[in-house]
Every structure is written in C-alpha cells, then in structure tokens.
Design a binder for this molecule. Structure first.
Ligand SMILES: *[C@@H]1O[C@H](CO)[C@@H](O)[C@H](O)[C@H]1NC(C)=O
Ligand SMILES: *[C@@H]1O[C@H](CO)[C@@H](O)[C@H](O)[C@H]1NC(C)=O
Ligand SMILES: *[C@@H]1O[C@H](CO)[C@@H](O)[C@H](O)[C@H]1NC(C)=O
Ligand SMILES: *[C@@H]1O[C@H](CO)[C@@H](O)[C@H](O)[C@H]1NC(C)=O
Ligand SMILES: *[C@@H]1O[C@H](CO)[C@@H](O)[C@H](O)[C@H]1NC(C)=O
Length: 364
C-alpha cells in the first residue's frame, strides 16, 4: 500500500431508494486481516498470532513468507496468504529451480499444518512502472505466477491459489461502474494475467480503498461522494448506473464493479474477485477518525459475512474473500500521517476501537 494513486472519481449522483432486506443465517467467517510489520514497536510474532486468534480472524495475509510466523501459524484455524517479494519475481520467472526452491522453503516446509491457501506474487506490481526494472517485473509477473503454480501442481497441491494483488491505480475509468476500464498502458500485462487467473480459477486480488476515493473527492471539491456512501452506511443514498440499471448503495461496490466491467471489456466475464486490502485510517488527514474507521470496518464485515452472500450488484451472491488492512499501526511507513494509522490494534495489543470480526451474518 505504499504508493496510493487513485483515478479521479467522477461525481456520484445520488438518488433515493430502499433498504435491501437481508435474511438471517450463520456463515463461516471469511474476514481476514493484513499483518504488516513495518513498525519498530510491534508485539512479537507469537503475541500477534495469539491476538489474531483471540479476534477470531479466519484469514491472515502476510506481506512476506516469514518462517517464524508460518511456524507459529501451524495447527491454527487460520487460512494464510503469503507473499513473494517484488524483487524475487524476475528471478523466479527466469528459472524453475528458483520457483521450486521458493515453494520448498516457504510452502512445503509449513504446509499443510499451516493452512497456506494463497500465494500472492508481488505487491501492486503495476503501480510503479517508472524504471526499466519495474517494467521487467511487470512482464515477468505471469511467468513467475506460472512457475510457482507449476511447482505446487508437481507436488500435488491443489488447494493453494496463486495470484497477485493490484491497486486501483490500474484503472483508467471507475465511474460509472459499467464504464470501468484498465489504463491502456497496462493492458499488455493485464491480458495475460487475466488469462492465467481465469484458466486456473484463481482470484483477481484488488487493494481497494473507498477512503482514498472519498478523500480525493473532498480535496478536489467533487463533493458528490458522501461520507455515508464511502462508509457503507446503509441508508437512503443510492446510485443507479445508467448503462446497467444496477443500484449501488456504497462506494466499495461501485469500485469493485468497475473492476468487474474492466475485466469483462477484455473478455473475462467471471473471474472471481478478492479484496486483498481495504480499511479506513483512524488518524491523520480529513475523515481519518476512530469513529469512521470503526464504522467502515464493522459495516464491511457485516456486508461480507451476510447470508445469503451480498456480493456486489454486478456479482450478486458472490463470496469475496476480504482482508482488512491492517493489524497494527505501522510507524515506519512513509507518507502522510494517515499511512501510519490503519491499525486495528495498538502496539500493546489493545484495540484502537471496537471491531467485531466474529459478527455472523445475521439480519441486523
Ligand atoms: C461511458 O463511456 C462511454 C463510452 O466511452 C461514454 O460515451 C460515456 O460518456 C461514459 N459515461 C460517463 C458517465 O462517463
Ligand atoms: C475462462 O475460463 C473458462 C473455463 O473456466 C472458459 O470457458 C472461458 O473461455 C475462459 N475465458 C476466456 C476469455 O478465455
Ligand atoms: C474548494 O471550494 C472552496 C469553496 O467552494 C474553495 O474555497 C477552495 O479553494 C476549493 N478547494 C480546491 C482545492 O479547489
Ligand atoms: C438521508 O436521510 C437523512 C436522515 O433521514 C437525511 O438527513 C439525508 O438528507 C438523506 N439523504 C439523502 C441523500 O436523501
Ligand atoms: C460488538 O459486539 C459486542 C457484543 O456482541 C457488542 O456489544 C458491540 O456493540 C459490538 N460492537 C460493534 C462496533 O458492533
């Protein structure tokens, strides 16, 4: 999440509608948390895993594939996503032996006792394409994903999906959702990626932050996006996409569906979505308050664990694995203060605000 560049959001036109009734039921918890560690004051890995367990987190996303943490997650009831660093991608793409080695060290050494379910190759690789090396990594992304997947297949491992998390700055257009499209300069990378993800029935992982879209709207005086809409407050605000007639009740759905339509434009109609990061900062710039962060994350959880699955207007009923960013405030991140205040927990492990990961999909 280092470099947030967001496409301009056009005015969101609001209209009235009704509340959608939900039927009550219980669903296995699909909410995860991103465990970023760019802090010099964070609890130990052992304490962190205890905290994740005490929060009843069903999934954790690691920004590396650290042996100590993977060992600590052994035998725990937590699905794990691990990450291949950007600077490992080109080597792995060029050499099956390096891919094998990575998988032996970081997967086979821990799996299946540690429930590794996703290998994420790189982090927001298409977000920085300014150097020759960046371009090379972008070109090497799919070959690296393929080699990792090949190693897993050769080992008979079929329940680990391989993908790559991308940021919303991949989008040329996000509004209206049906006009969603990828930036032309990344289409050459996107087409082979979608082909591979579709062919392996993996997820298209997106880091999606309504906060930044809302914030940018405020800064640019495009006040059409209301805080209610960005915070997923279920209320009277809706937007109807003029092309599809689909009715949106929150900004997150709009952003996700813009990705759905961008994929469809390239011929991929049913690639599954996962939210590899989302969240709301509790301190920093405008809109970053504990109250807003608590409301966003609790509304997000409620939406994602509702039964029947809410999905999005373009993908009703779809299960969308979702990770909240982040477990802790990370004091070593650069940028505005907001960047260092995404945590659910304080450095001593106490909650920054109340968030109910365990909330089941009831009709509240
Ligand atoms: C959506 O895209 C079409 C075709 O590019 C364009 O004509 C239309 O103006 C766009 N709609 C909006 C609301 O931007
Ligand atoms: C996506 O995968 C499905 C099989 O799961 C296949 O039928 C379809 O043709 C693929 N789409 C594209 C555009 O290749
Ligand atoms: C936003 O609008 C207000 C008043 O309408 C104006 O004073 C301010 O300079 C504008 N800010 C930007 C960044 O354009
Ligand atoms: C939504 O309802 C609230 C309170 O009932 C009201 O203040 C607000 O203006 C309404 N918003 C819209 C967009 O209708
Ligand atoms: C979380 O759950 C507890 C117990 O069910 C409840 O008292 C509390 O209000 C909930 N908090 C939020 C923010 O929903």
């Amino acid at each position: 999440m280092e470099n947030k560049k967001f496409p301009k959001m056009a005015f969101v036109l609001l209209s009235f509608l009704y509340l959608i009734p939900f039927s009550g039921a219980v669903v296995p918890n699909a909410i995860g948390i991103g465990y970023g560690r760019l802090g010099d004051n964070l609890p130990s890995p052992a304490r962190s895993i205890e905290l994740l367990q005490s929060m009843n987190v069903g999934r954790v996303k690691l920004y590396d594939a650290d042996h100590e943490i993977l060992n600590l997650l052994s035998g725990k009831n937590i699905d794990v996503a691990i990450t291949v660093a950007n600077d490992e991608i080109s080597g792995i793409a060029a050499n099956q032996h390096l891919a094998d080695q990575w998988v032996y060290e970081h997967v086979l050494a821990h799996y299946p006792k540690t429930r590794i379910r996703f290998v994420l190759v790189g982090h927001e690789v298409f977000s920085s394409l300014s150097t020759d090396q960046d371009m090379q990594i972008a070109r090497d992304l799919v070959p690296a994903i393929r080699r990792i997947k090949n190693t897993l297949k050769a080992q008979g491992i079929r329940n680990i999906k391989v993908g790559t998390p991308l940021a919303m700055d991949m989008m040329e257009m996000t509004f209206p959702p049906s006009n969603g499209s990828f930036k032309p300069e990344i289409r050459e990378f996107m087409v082979p990626l979608l082909k591979y993800i579709n062919g392996t029935k993996s997820y298209f992982f997106v880091d999606v932050y309504p906060y930044f879209a809302w914030f940018e709207g405020q800064v640019m005086n495009q006040t059409g996006i209301s805080l209610d809409f960005a915070l997923l407050r279920s209320g009277n605000e809706t937007y109807t996409d003029p092309q599809t007639g689909l009715v949106y009740t929150n900004l997150l759905d709009q952003m996700l569906d813009s990705v759905v339509y961008a994929m469809a434009k390239l011929g991929y109609d049913d690639v599954m979505l996962a939210v590899s990061e989302t969240g709301w900062p509790h301190e920093g710039e405008s809109g970053a308050t504990r109250e807003n962060a608590a409301e966003y994350n609790n509304n997000l959880i409620r939406k994602m664990v509702t039964v029947p699955n809410a999905g999005t207007p373009a993908r009703p009923g779809e299960v969308i694995p979702t990770y909240i960013f982040s477990l802790y405030d990370e004091d070593q991140k650069y940028g505005p203060a907001t960047e260092r205040h995404w945590g659910l927990l304080n450095p001593d492990g106490s909650p920054v605000y109340q968030v109910n990961i365990t909330r089941k999909g009831t009709s509240d």
